[in-house]
Design a protein around this ligand. Structure first.
Ligand code: AMP
Length: 281
């Protein structure tokens, strides 16, 4: 397993693999890896001859008041996880390697980014789409793996690849959770023990919604009330959004009849956590 910091070296290594006829799977991450990331690397390892993992805390996808500076970083620990999960190469560029001083080109996906995290984090998806496009151009993978944990991101990347004819297959992978239900996230490290206990309210509220859907409830408003009621019962939780949307268009729906995405974002103390599930009829 090798760690490479610059774009031209990464290109050389991957071009050589491709000359040898080896397929390349790619897992873009911001590092501080956990079992969620490991599951993407393992999936990539099963389906490709070589696996590239990028570790890059992308400054342009963070808002001015967000956690760019304190985002957790630990390359040594990350390399062990990449190696044991079956990764072959870590691409770990510096911000200046990715963004020259005169950088001025961006990629934007419209409509799908209007709601959910797109509405709450202006410019976030522009930053994500730009960096993912750059990473795709550098790594030129056959397949790229993204977690359903970031459901809107997965939908946006799929759309971008389709709209811009980027020759890569996007594979979505299921959410990996802690034993008690909390979705794994690099940001969970910010939570103190009281907040960690309070954070369970996200998955609990979604479980309640799932039960109501299974017993036949089809009104978005009622499902939303169930989620909001559970979240509001936790004093440390501050709701950012609770949305029930069509799982393809990500537009709000009133009556549940097709495949829907229920997505929530909640501040636990100062830490913003997201969770979701897709329900198909
Ligand atoms: P991040 O490092 O947070 O940018 O995440 C990198 C990739 O890992 C994204 O595609 C995420 O959706 C995915 N990911 C993060 N957490 C999880 C999780 N708990 N389960 C599955 N995938 C995840």
């Amino acid at each position: 397993m090798q760690i490479v910091n610059n774009i031209s070296d990464v290109r050389k290594i991957i071009k050589q693999w491709q000359r040898e006829g080896l397929s390349v799977g790619f897992v873009p991450t911001m590092g501080y890896l956990h079992e969620g990331h490991a599951s993407l690397i393992e999936a990539a390892n099963k389906e490709n001859a070589k696996v590239v993992v990028s570790i890059f805390v992308n400054p342009i996808q963070f808002g001015p008041k967000e956690d760019l500076d304190k985002y957790p970083r630990d390359l040594e620990r990350d390399s062990k996880i990449v190696e044991t999960s079956g990764g072959d190469l870590i691409f770990n560029p510096s911000p200046s390697e990715m963004y020259t001083e005169d950088f001025s080109s961006f990629v934007e996906v419209n409509s799908l980014t209007d709601g959910l995290c797109g509405a709450k984090r202006p410019g976030h998806f522009k930053g994500v789409c730009t960096v993912v496009t750059k990473l795709f151009n550098i790594v030129t993978p056959d397949k790229a793996y993204f977690g359903e944990k970031d459901a809107q991101q997965l939908a946006v990347i799929k759309k971008m690849v389709r709209d811009l004819n980027i020759p890569v297959e996007i594979i979505g992978c299921p959410i990996i959770r802690e034993n008690d239900g909390l979705a794994k996230s690099s940001r969970n490290v910010y939570l103190n023990s009281e907040e960690r206990a309070a954070a369970l309210v996200l998955s609990k509220s979604l479980e309640k919604a799932k039960e109501a859907l299974k017993s036949g409830e089809r009104s978005s408003e009622k499902i939303r009330d169930i989620i909001m009621g559970t979240l509001s019962s936790e004093p440390l939780a501050q709701i950012d959004y609770v949305e029930i949307v069509d799982s393809i268009s990500l537009t709000s729906i009133d009556y549940i009849e097709n495949s829907i995405l229920i997505a929530i974002a909640v501040f636990i103390g100062k830490t913003r956590l997201i969770d979701n599930f897709t329900f198909k009829l």
